[in-house]
Design a protein around this ligand. Structure first.
Ligand code: B16
Ligand code: MG
Length: 215
């Protein structure tokens, strides 16, 4: 039986990708090259520093470590500025009722995100109280597809990996769940998330019966 659900943040609970995009685009504008929404797809689920390397590659910009550190910091300041203003309305549809039903059923809930801003985002969305554990970019050393973030989540809520379901929108995240020997529900397009055990387009209408399908 499933005893815990582990959630990715960006793309699963909230669409923060658009704010990441605005901030990376602002950096690209300053550096004098074009950064498109399509380029931004490559950053989903990827850590901040790895994202910067991809952005600089798009612009064919070469920079030393010190300069890169400053760029990542400025991008983050702009990003934090936008997410500091978000509210409950940015919660993706269906997420809150599903979190509520998990709580009522006594299923443990954890966050497993690459973001170092996860705490702030959960605060702004007013859903922190639904999480028994928050494992984010400040607590892990190895990025997805390494299973660390989800294994730590399972450990924090005291549940065996085989009894956990991961909800993920990124291919690397699904791989991380599989590497952790957990069940995985892809959130998004079935043609892109083939490695998941099951794919849902969104949480609209999703209830506890989903857990039985994967048990
Ligand atoms: P930060 P997730 C990821 O969140 C985003 O998908 C990715 O685009 C971002 O670069 C990464 O967090 C790091 O975020 O700059 O806030 O530390 O999908 O793992 O919840
Ligand atoms: Mg994600």
């Amino acid at each position: 039986n499933i005893q815990a659900c582990l959630f990715d943040l960006d793309g699963v609970i909230c669409d923060t990708a658009k704010y990441h995009f605005q901030a990376w685009k602002r950096l690209a504008d300053e550096l004098g090259f074009v950064f498109t929404l399509e380029d931004n797809e490559r950053l989903k689920g990827v850590s901040r520093r790895e994202s910067l390397d991809i952005v600089l590659e798009v612009g064919c910009v070469v920079a030393d470590e010190k300069a890169k550190g400053r760029m990542a910091e400025r991008k983050n300041e702009w990003y934090v500025e936008s997410i500091s203003r978000i509210g409950e309305e940015e919660l993706l549809e269906g997420v809150k009722p599903f979190l509520e039903s998990l709580r009522k059923a006594g299923i443990r809930v954890a966050l497993g995100s690459a973001s170092k801003n996860a705490d702030l985002i959960l605060d702004r969305l007013r859903i922190k109280g639904y999480f028994d554990a928050i494992i984010d970019g400040t607590k892990i050393a190895k990025a997805k597809p390494d299973p660390e973030v989800f294994l730590e989540g399972a450990k924090a809520v005291g549940v065996e990996p085989s009894r956990c379901i991961v909800f993920e929108d990124a291919v690397a995240g699904i791989e991380a769940a599989k590497n952790a020997r957990m069940k995985c529900v892809g959130v998004g397009r079935a043609d892109l998330l083939r490695a998941a055990d099951l794919v849902i387009p969104s949480f609209v209408g999703v209830d506890l019966s989903l857990l039985d399908k994967l048990a």
